[in-house]
Structures are given as C-alpha cells and as structure tokens.
Design a protein around this ligand. Structure first.
Ligand SMILES: [Zn+2]
Length: 103
C-alpha cells in the first residue's frame, strides 16, 4: 500500500532525504551533505520568506474580518431591511478588498 512518504519521494530530487532542518526544525527535503533548508542557509531568503508569510497572515486576517462583517449584516444584525443589508455588504466588499489596490 502506498504511503504519504512514497508520494513525497516522487516530488523530490533523488539525492535528497526528508530530514529536520537544523535552523527552522521543519521537515525539509535536504541533500545528504546539507543540514539547513534554503531559507535557513540564506538569511536574505529567510527575510523575504518571513515578509511574504507576514503579508499572507495580514491578508488572511483582513479576509476573516470581512467575512465576519458580511455574516453580521447578512444574519446577525436585527431590524434591518434587505436593502440596507445588501448596501452594507456591498460597502464592506468594496472597502476591504485587500487586493483591490494591487490590481
Ligand atoms: Zn530551515
């Protein structure tokens, strides 16, 4: 029966082994003579990855807040007409789209 590790081997170079990185302690595909992943071996690459991860977390939090606002206007706020609900949801969608400024 195939195992998850078998699938991982298919997607990695043949001379690499899945081991714990000495820097970040995450499981990485590393050549036998290397004990740190690319990000840990290169501080600049690590900084770039950390900045990308931070941007990803910030985007995730903004989307979660947006979903909460939409849920509130759609379901939780009482005594509001459907037109008002839709208008508030429309405002939330246009004001909080994190990717809008990038496009
Ligand atoms: Zn690492």
């Amino acid at each position: 029966m195939p195992k998850v590790s078998d699938v991982a081997r298919i997607t990695t170079r043949c001379n690499t082994i899945w081991r714990t990185c000495a820097g970040c302690e995450l499981l990485k595909s590393l050549p036998p003579d290397v004990d740190r992943c690319t990000a840990c071996a290169d501080p600049e690459a690590r900084n770039i990855l950390e900045k990308q991860a931070q941007l990803g977390r910030e985007r995730l939090y903004r989307y979660a807040a947006l979903v909460g606002r939409i849920e509130a206007w759609a379901l939780l706020i009482p005594a509001v007409s459907d037109a008002e609900r839709l208008e508030h949801i429309r405002q939330a969608l246009t004001a909080d789209d994190p990717d809008r400024a990038v496009r």
